[in-house]
Write a protein that binds this ligand. Structure first.
Ligand code: HEC
Length: 436
């Protein structure tokens, strides 16, 4: 028994060390690059999370055949760094959920294609269906679904909608994990979940976000949580370690802000949310704060037609030590770049995030590598550039029109959203997202 085990371990060791040697390292001169020996491992890690059945990318990249027939397309996507989608500048700050190819990996893919995209032989039997997948999640404790399916019109319009999902809970829930499950992966562009405890927004279910006739806009309802969870293609459910959690007030409504991509034919969606509950009241709470347009120092937040303009934001002084878990900048189609940093009372600069080329499509939540301490008295600064000229290919107005604040896609926003905890000694060595 013991002997068998050690033989298996030894074999695993050989397989592991041969694949480890392949990582980003050029092969010996003369030996051809092959899919199985050099390329598959890279794609499994960096691409297959999205490019596989049941995920949102338009085609799978989990088998040789999938990859070979799109070789040149793939080369263009990786050389331009269009794929994998990652927009944060790694020289400013790196993140836990960073997904970038190294220069060596890009070269290897390019050389493999130039050499005829050879197949080679699999090292061992592999199942293309399971490659790149993670250990499955356990069943959630609670699943909440949109009250009714939403019919997405087939008129090639962007759809930006509000849905109200009542929780109907009699007690406060402590939530250790949250997942968002689009009902229509092709059309789901991104989703933002918020919490409303007034229950006044229920008539807005299915309404156009930003519509002046919604209760949300008319009564200027303030959410109890402006950002509870977010989803873009490729995101997995988050699960905090035991003892950590988010609070869901009793009888709260989850407000789902959903963006659908344009489609030429009618489609339908009924997305759902899965919740994993804490076994007992968590000792530490993951909370949110959002810096919105009111913190802009060069008011008013008006983006004149045919102009490029930079807005500066300055937060109030932080009232206590905080541990940041994630950061998420948010702008719409005129966004061009975004940078945020903090200055401590001692005058130290803490880089938070820099997105040199904003991409509306990828509203990502950036997870810090470990919890990041911002000392009491720090001030957060952000600067965002908006391009409201005709040269901006995504400009929703042609010719350009003056744009100001609003929830609609044709309006603009400048938000900087953080998930954080009250600081505790030792947080700098703690990672809330080990699982991803
Ligand atoms: C986070 C999810 C995600 C990851 C990771 C990802 N892709 Fe994609 N990919 C997409 C989505 C969604 C699309 C379709 C929308 C688009 O083109 O932006 C796409 C489109 C593409 C396209 C078509 C581009 C075009 O011009 O239409 C190629 C080629 C591609 N991906 C290759 C890759 C490769 C190679 C990797 C890994 C090195 C990768 N992708 C990683 C989600 C992902």
């Amino acid at each position: 028994m013991l002997k068998n085990n050690s033989t298996i371990l030894f074999l695993l060791f050989i397989i592991y060390s041969s694949s480890a040697q392949n990582e980003g390292v050029a092969p010996a001169a003369g030996s051809p690059l092959t899919y199985y020996q050099h390329i598959k491992a890279i794609l499994d890690i960096h691409c297959v999370v999205c490019h596989r059945a049941g995920q949102s990318a338009p085609f799978p990249l989990s088998s040789y055949e999938d990859v070979e027939k799109r070789a040149h397309f793939i080369q263009m996507a990786v050389e331009s760094r269009y794929m994998p989608p990652w927009h944060a500048d790694p020289t400013f700050r790196t993140f836990h959920n960073e997904n970038r190819l190294s220069d060596a990996e890009i070269q290897l893919i390019t050389k493999w294609i130039a050499g005829g995209a050879k197949k080679g032989k699999p090292a061992k039997k592999t199942n293309p269906e399971t490659s790149g997948q993670m250990t499955p999640y356990t069943e959630p404790d609670l699943r909440l679904t949109m009250q009714k399916p939403f019919e997405i019109p087939g008129d090639n319009s962007e759809q930006f909608r509000i849905f109200v999902i009542p929780t109907n809970t009699a007690e406060v829930l402590y939530v250790r994990g949250i997942g968002f499950h689009p009902g229509n992966l092709r059309q789901a562009h991104h989703a933002r979940l918020m919490i409303d405890t007034t229950n006044l927004l229920r008539p807005d279910d299915g309404a156009v976000a930003g519509d002046p006739k919604t209760v949300f806009t008319e009564q200027e309802i303030k959410m109890s949580e402006e950002f509870w969870h977010g989803w873009v293609p490729g995101n997995f459910p988050i699960q905090y370690p035991e003892g950590f959690g988010k609070q869901l007030p009793k009888n709260a409504d989850i407000i789902l802000n959903m963006h659908y991509s344009p489609t030429p034919k009618p489609e339908s969606d009924q997305s759902s949310i899965s919740l994993y509950l804490c076994r007992e009241k968590p000792r530490r709470f993951v909370k949110t704060f959002a810096l919105g347009e009111q913190w802009i120092t060069n008011q008013p937040f008006v983006i004149p037609e045919n102009s490029e303009i930079k807005f500066y934001m300055r937060s109030p002084m932080l009232p206590a030590d905080l541990s940041l878990a994630t950061v998420m900048p948010h702008m719409h189609l005129l966004g061009k770049s975004f940078k945020a940093y903090a200055i401590t009372p001692k005058g130290d600069l803490i880089p938070l995030i820099h997105i040199p080329v904003w991409d509306f499509k990828w509203q990502m939540i950036y997870q810090f590598e470990n919890l990041l301490k911002l000392p009491k008295g720090s001030v957060i600064y952000a600067e965002a550039v908006f391009d409201n000229t005709a040269a901006n290919g995504l400009n929703p107005n042609f010719p350009p029109k003056t744009v100001t604040y609003g929830w609609g896609t044709k309006d603009e926003m400048m938000n900087l959203i953080f998930e954080y905890l009250d600081y505790e000694e030792g947080d700098d060595a703690l990672n809330l997202f080990e699982r991803n």
